[in-house]
Design a protein. Structure first.
Length: 402
């Protein structure tokens, strides 16, 4: 019977030797000519004699080898399954298991288009997901098996990322692996992105004041001949408070010229109707209208202008205007802030924003100090009068020096 000491002292003596154990039938210690020691198991299944390697003696104890050998022999007696064939099948399954790249291809080529067709996913969102996946997930996780991805792999991927982009990539990773679980490509409730800390984001509050709007307008005039469509998009967005993506999606048939109503077919909150101010209608009326192109804003008369084009031109225009730290979405924020400052209530702002709740509208109302202060002062004065606490204003000249 083998002992730990015999295992330690066993030598090949120039050729491979096998030292058999007397406790577990078929268990042996194989020592190669180079001195490599491994535990093996000889067994018979379906009339054939087979031999399998259990593990290196350098990392496996004799006790562990006996336990594993006994389990294999018991399994053979119970089911007559060949452990070597079972092991080979498991290895083949592991080799054929889908990688993260396979999962991403399935998500973007099959799942996302179906979600878009059902109205459950926006094309723009799917595009942004694909961009993030190509930039971050494919290089960092692509070659790994979906079932093998660990939390440490995701943490390593997002370690260099900060702020909003870190949170977006983390959210996408979580969504993807939740879907992989639904496809039964990894165990349930094993999302490797779960519990990873999100970065703290500071709400952006950049708006354009009257002087900056005047400077922007001057530069828009300057670039009108060079980038006519982008200039029209920027002006239209400034006058309506619509998202740039919503502006670029407008088609001619969406506009009712008599009522000034614009039907937005596909927004973050679904279909909605927007009232256009006269100045915005004038911008649309001045644009070339071709029956060959349904899109209002088009550079070539065939397809809609893309966001990246407007973004690029906006950068040139704001640089010429001397405006710093300005983004396209700041036009919408400026519009809504002006509306809040004019006394528009949260529910009206909600409809202007196209949101389902008043949460964002409340932020704009709170951000505008003067109307809030004036309302507080007016209500306080009225209540003071009712309570007999009002202080009478001094008459002209009262309190002044002789």
């Amino acid at each position: 019977m083998l002992t730990e000491r015999e295992v330690r002292d066993a030598k090949a003596e120039g050729k491979t030797r096998i030292f058999w154990d007397g406790q577990i039938r078929g268990l042996g210690l194989r020592v190669t000519a180079k001195g490599v020691k491994s535990y093996i198991l000889n067994y018979r299944v379906n009339g054939r004699e087979r031999r399998m390697t259990l593990g290196r003696a350098s990392v496996m104890s004799l006790k562990a080898a006996r336990k594993q050998a006994a389990e294999h022999l018991e399994g053979i007696r119970a089911s007559e399954l060949d452990p070597l064939e079972v092991k080979q099948e498991a290895r083949e399954r592991a080799e054929q298991a889908p990688t993260v790249v396979d999962g991403l291809d399935r998500f973007f080529n099959e799942f996302a288009p179906n979600r878009i067709k059902m109205g459950r996913l926006k094309k723009r969102t799917a595009y942004e997901y694909n961009q993030q996946a190509n930039k971050y997930l494919r290089p960092a996780l692509g070659k790994l098996k979906i079932a093998d991805v660990k939390r440490s792999d995701v943490e390593r991927m997002i370690e260099p990322l900060t702020g909003t982009i870190r949170n977006r990539v983390l959210a996408l990773t979580s969504r993807l692996f939740t879907q992989f679980e639904r496809w039964e490509l990894r165990p349930q409730h094993s999302n490797p992105a779960y519990g990873i800390d999100r970065a703290k984001e500071e709400a952006r509050d950049r708006t354009l004041d009257s002087l900056e709007l005047a400077a922007l307008s001057k530069s828009l005039n300057k670039f009108e001949n060079q980038h006519p469509v982008s200039v029209a998009v920027i002006r239209f967005a400034s006058l309506t408070g619509l998202r740039i993506g919503e502006v670029l999606s407008i088609q001619w048939e969406d506009i009712n010229w008599e009522t000034g109503l614009l039907v937005l077919r596909d927004t973050k909150t679904g279909r909605r109707v927007h009232h256009l101010p006269e100045a915005a209608l004038n911008i649309l009326n001045d644009l070339p209208h071709s029956n060959r192109c349904p899109w209002v804003f088009s550079n070539n008369g065939r397809v809609a202008t893309i966001y990246r084009t407007v973004w690029k031109h906006f950068g040139e225009i704001t640089k010429d205007a001397g405006l710093e730290n300005v983004k396209l979405h700041d036009l919408r924020r400026s519009f809504m802030t002006a509306a809040a400052a004019s006394g528009v209530g949260a529910h009206v702002l909600r409809d202007l924003l196209g949101h389902k709740t008043t949460a964002m509208a409340d932020r704009y109302v709170r951000a505008v100090g003067a109307p809030v202060r004036e309302a507080r002062e007016a209500i306080g004065a009225q209540t003071a009068i009712k309570m007999g606490l009002a202080i009478e204003e001094a008459e002209d000249g009262e309190g002044e020096g002789e």
